[in-house]
Design a protein around this ligand. Structure first.
Ligand code: ATP
Ligand code: MG
Ligand code: MG
Ligand code: MG
Length: 322
């Protein structure tokens, strides 16, 4: 079985993707080749891709899209790309046109899970608790949110906390909105939960998925921002989370119900918030979670008894089974 790993992608989570790819290449129990998408959208093949992996970044690529990749030589493609174009259904649609099996969610599900606004609307409609928010489009007047600060201002379609700010007072909103609108023309202003506990669960499977143990993340920073996520030692991961078994069961069941509703395939990491008052909210779905040395998804499976290489083998097989 030959696997093709796609990594890199646009600025935002480009470096995160390459870091994820290093881990996956080292542990994948099948022959695997790498192709890198540079920040400028052009592709790097062969030795150039590995050079980009070693450098940790590729500003410029060689081949404009569509690149001369011998797609039919590979049994499965693993788009290990985070954020727009890679995690939102775009590359998934291209792989479908090529008739190549690929790891992870399909077109509609990827797009739905990537767009935090649309995803929360679907979850809310299904009765799954989500944190209140308002949606803003670029150029529109900013309404007063129907809840007090702190707010979290988020681009609708990013990950790794890229473009996200915590706003403690109304006068700081302008800067936060400008930052978020630099990444997307749709932005969420979400009610901030003070003293939040962050709980995450990993899902694996196609229509009938399995859930890992629940993990908790703690940190000293203001929130779980980019630097806290990827600087070794800045966040503490607790596996399993020190929570009552009933809460852990509720999280796993809610995540699996949402997985089914959103039509996810392959994998997802689902992020939950627990308020100090004990209210549980589903924060967001990540259909291509990080596989970096500090990433939760593989660690959650490891804590559940599934080693990293076995997890990768399962993901490849799930792609072929769909
Ligand atoms: P990921 O890297 O998990 O894909 P993301 O960029 O999709 O992250 P979120 O998970 O929505 O973004 O938010 C990033 C972090 O910001 C959260 O883990 C949390 O620390 C903080 N945060 C976001 N929304 C809220 C909220 N409503 N209340 C409290 N903290 C929040
Ligand atoms: Mg996310
Ligand atoms: Mg993400
Ligand atoms: Mg998150």
């Amino acid at each position: 079985m030959k696997v093709l790993l796609l990594a890199g992608g646009p600025p935002g989570e480009h470096e995160v993707s390459l870091s994820s790819a290093r881990g996956v290449l080292a542990a994948m129990p099948h022959p695997t080749e790498l192709v890198v998408i540079a920040k400028d959208g052009r592709w790097l093949l062969g030795e150039d891709a590995y050079e980009a992996l070693r450098a940790g970044v590729a500003e410029q690529g060689t081949h404009p899209f569509p690149p001369p990749v011998p797609w039919q030589h590979y049994d499965v493609v693993f788009p290990l790309l985070h954020g727009p174009l890679g995690e939102d259904g775009v590359i998934q649609g291209f792989l479908q046109l090529l008739r190549r099996p690929y790891v992870g969610a399909g077109v509609a599900s990827s797009a739905l899970c990537m767009d935090k606004d649309l995803c929360k609307r679907v979850l809310r409609q299904a009765g799954i608790p989500v944190v209140p928010w308002v949606t803003l489009y670029k150029g529109e007047p900013t309404p007063q949110p129907p809840f007090p600060p702190p707010y979290f201002v988020k681009p609708a379609n990013t990950g790794s906390s890229v473009g996200i700010s915590k706003v403690k007072a109304d006068q700081d909103a302008t800067r936060a909105l400008a930052e978020a609108f630099a990444w997307d023309d749709k932005v969420l202003v979400e009610q901030g939960i003070e003293g939040v506990r962050e709980l995450e669960v990993a899902l694996l499977g196609n229509i009938h998925a399995e859930a890992s143990v629940v993990g908790e993340i703690t940190y000293q920073s203001e929130f779980y921002d980019y630097e806290t996520k990827y600087t070794e030692g800045k966040a503490q991961l607790h596996l399993p989370a020190p929570i009552p078994p009933e809460l852990s069961d509720e999280i796993r069941a809610t995540a699996l119900e949402a997985y089914r509703i959103l039509g996810v395939r392959g994998m997802a990491r689902v992020d939950f918030f627990l308020s100090p008052q004990g209210e549980l909210y589903l924060n967001e779905f990540n259909t291509i979670p990080g596989f970096t040395p500090t990433s939760m998804y593989p660690k959650l499976w490891q804590a559940t008894g599934l080693a990293y290489p076995d997890l990768l083998d399962r993901l490849v097989r799930l792609a072929l089974e769909r």
